[in-house]
Design a protein around this ligand. Structure first.
Ligand SMILES: [Zn+2]
Length: 125
C-alpha cells in the first residue's frame, strides 16, 4: 500500500489523485538540487576547458545523465544511457559536415544532438 506524499493517507494506485487532498499519485517533477546542479555544471565546464573541447561529448553525456536522471515523469524516473564514446563518432561526423558546408550544418547539430539524447533516454518501471 502506498501513501500520499503530501497528507499521508492510503492511496488507491489505480486512481490518478489522492482521494483526501487531490495530490497527483504519479507526479512529474525534477528532483535535483541547486548544489548538485552547480557542481555538475562546473565539472562539465572544466572537462571541456581542460581538453580544449575534445571531450565535449563526454561532458554533454555527464550533464545529460545528471539532468535526465532527476526527471520523474508520471511517477517514472528517466535515465540516460548514452556515453561519450558513442557520441564522439557523431561529434566528428557533425564537425566534418559543418566544415564542408561552411558552417551551414550547424543548424542541424542541436536537433541531431537532441534526437541522439532522446534515443538513449528510457523510463524505469
Ligand atoms: Zn493526499
Amino acid at each position: 500500500m502506498a501513501f500520499c506524499k503530501k497528507c499521508g493517507s492510503p492511496l488507491d494506485e489505480s486512481a490518478g489523485f489522492c482521494n483526501n487532498c487531490g495530490t497527483p499519485v504519479k507526479a512529474s517533477t525534477w528532483d535535483g538540487t541547486v548544489l548538485d546542479t552547480f557542481v555538475n555544471s562546473l565539472i562539465a565546464s572544466l572537462i571541456i576547458t581542460f581538453t580544449c573541447g575534445i571531450a565535449a561529448p563526454w561532458a554533454i553525456c555527464y550533464m545529460m545523465k545528471f539532468i535526465i536522471g532527476h526527471f520523474v515523469v508520471d511517477g517514472k524516473r528517466l535515465r540516460f544511457e548514452g556515453n561519450g564514446a558513442q557520441l564522439f563518432g557523431n561529434w566528428i561526423k557533425w564537425f566534418l559536415l559543418m566544415v564542408v558546408t561552411c558552417g551551414i550544418y550547424s543548424f542541424w547539430v542541436a536537433p541531431r544532438l537532441y534526437q541522439w539524447v532522446a534515443s538513449h533516454t528510457h523510463s524505469e518501471g
